[in-house]
Design a binder for this molecule. Structure first.
Ligand SMILES: Cc1cc2nc3c(=O)[nH]c(=O)nc-3n(C[C@H](O)[C@H](O)[C@H](O)COP(=O)(O)OP(=O)(O)OC[C@H]3O[C@@H](n4cnc5c(N)ncnc54)[C@H](O)[C@@H]3O)c2cc1C
Length: 463
């Protein structure tokens, strides 16, 4: 028997682990472990937790519709897996890899456990478009790419030449098994979470959830792809795909998305380049040993958290910042351009260490992803591999005038400003908590000094 642990792969199509189970021709036990650590502090009620649980509910429905077994267990992963190995004749454990520090530590525990019980443990990479291990070998570099453009050029050739087609096994072909009844009891999710999942399952309207996801993708590709290069920054028009919700939970495979994209006519490259940014951040997370520890690499003691709360509540007096934070707080969504502007405003104009904003987005973004969120915050605060230069401080007023000239977005989220003219509406209010010009000048001086404090640590070994 094979134990398959679902993680950020909440789907039943195009998964390497399903192909492996089919090839092994044996039964499989499919579990999803809700980790109390990751759901701590009522995370299940925040936008990011709600989005994740919605995908879990959708997955449960997909399994049950096919008459297959998926067991939702609640507990510390190594403890749960230990019990599973003791109660079931499991010969191999399969999962799809994740490279955050927490995931690596968790999987090391699983490896030790599997070794001690002489069970095979196999992980598969499936999150990126390019197979990163193969890409590194193929690109023949001794140092990782640190700048996006050369990475992208090589990556593009790789994708053309070596894109690995989709995985073909389907859940229908597999024989999933029941969980030992006492284990079900021992690792039952808390009442509140069970109820949340049940409500979510009941509110899923469609008979074919996967078909609905594919329809969303097809709709974007057929209706919006060609205008994307112009519209993606016009945030009032919401011209992007919002596919991040699905990519990050794994409810759609990035390979499926690529194959659909390549079947389209017109400008496919601009959007593909955005997907390459995603691969680039995941590449950095694996190859830059500082990626998850830049807060320790630079001395940021000059910065302060004084204005953090006001920023988070959207009360800074700078309309574009406050509108974007309101949208985030109320809906869990903020378009990419506004993520850049609000992050740069917090770290530069308000002089706050990036980890505070990063942590806030972790709770509030419904499409939260540990790697992409950190990548975005590193970029905005001029830290990391291919970050914005320290002397670049976006002017929020100019950004607002450029990307939302008639103030549609501002009027939507700040109705109290709706009466202002198109010219006035973008301007910082008299009560704004900082002066944009002087805070910009101060940020350039401060970050200039911070970047000189870099602790030198050698780039890590290749994969
Ligand atoms: C401070 C900050 C924090 C961020 N936090 C997250 C996060 O937690 N989760 C997340 O998915 N993205 C994050 N991003 C990246 C980006 O904002 C989102 O991926 C994008 O807004 C998702 O919208 P979409 O799916 O409509 O994108 P589209 O424009 O339709 O692009 C398609 C896909 O390409 C990838 N992509 C697009 N832009 C970027 C980018 N700048 N960097 C990396 N990948 C990109 C995403 O996977 C996205 O879903 C962050 C960016 C910043 C500046």
């Amino acid at each position: 028997m094979i134990l398959f642990i679902h993680r950020k792969d909440l789907r039943i199509h195009n998964l390497p682990a399903l192909d492996a189970i089919r090839s092994a021709q044996c039964s499989s036990l499919h579990v999803l472990i809700l980790d109390p650590f990751l759901l701590r502090n009522e995370r299940n009620l925040e936008h990011s937790g709600v989005n994740f649980l919605q995908h879990v509910a959708r997955l449960q429905k997909q399994y049950s519709r096919l008459g297959k077994q998926l067991h939702i267990m609640y507990g510390e992963p190594a403890v749960v897996v230990n019990q599973l190995l003791l109660k079931h004749p499991i010969q191999e454990i399969l999962y799809h890899a994740d490279y955050t520090p927490y995931a690596l530590k968790r999987d090391l525990e699983l490896q030790k456990l599997a070794d001690s019980l002489k069970v095979k443990l196999t992980s598969y990479d499936e999150a990126t478009l390019a197979d990163l291990q193969d890409f590194v070998d193929w690109s023949g570099r001794t140092e990782p790419y640190k700048v996006f453009t050369p990475f992208y050029r090589r990556w593009r050739t790789y994708i053309n030449e070596r894109f690995r087609p989709s995985y073909s096994a389907t859940l229908e072909e597999l024989e999933t098994v029941e969980l030992a009844p006492d284990l079900l009891e021992s690792f039952l999710p808390p009442e509140e979470i069970n109820k949340q999942l049940e409500d979510m399952r009941n509110s899923l309207e469609a008979d074919d959830e996967y078909g609905v996801l594919m329809h969303t993708l097809d709709h974007f590709l057929s209706e919006r792809l060609n205008g994307y290069s112009i519209s993606h920054d016009q945030y009032a028009k919401e011209g992007t795909s919002r596919i991040s919700h699905h990519l990050n939970a794994g409810s759609l495979s990035v390979r499926t998305i690529y194959e659909q994209l390549m079947s389209m006519d017109g400008d496919t490259e601009t959007w593909l380049r955005q997907l390459a940014w995603r691969d680039f951040y995941i590449y950095q997370a694996r190859l830059d040993p500082n990626f998850f520890r830049y807060e320790n690499v630079f001395d940021q003691s000059e910065l302060s958290t004084e204005h953090f709360q006001v920023w988070a509540e959207g009360c800074t007096g700078v309309p574009i910042i406050d509108a974007a934070m309101r949208q985030l707080n109320q809906t869990g969504w903020m378009p990419n351009r506004l993520r850049m502007i609000t992050a740069m405003f917090l770290t530069k104009n308000l002089g706050c260490p990036f980890i505070y904003g990063e942590r806030y987005f972790r709770l509030k973004l419904s499409d939260y992803d540990n790697v992409l969120n950190r990548g975005g915050w590193l970029w905005s605060s001029s830290l990391g591999f291919d970050a914005s230069p320290y002397f670049r401080v976006m002017n929020p007023v100019t950004q607002s005038q450029t990307h939302d000239p008639d103030g549609t977005y501002l009027r939507r989220w700040m109705p109290e400003l709706a009466h202002l003219s198109n010219k006035e509406i973008h301007l910082a209010r008299p009560e704004a908590i900082v002066d944009l010009k002087s805070s910009r000048a101060l940020a350039i001086e401060t970050y200039g000094r911070i970047l000189k404090t870099k602790e030198t640590k050698k780039i890590g070994a290749f994969l």
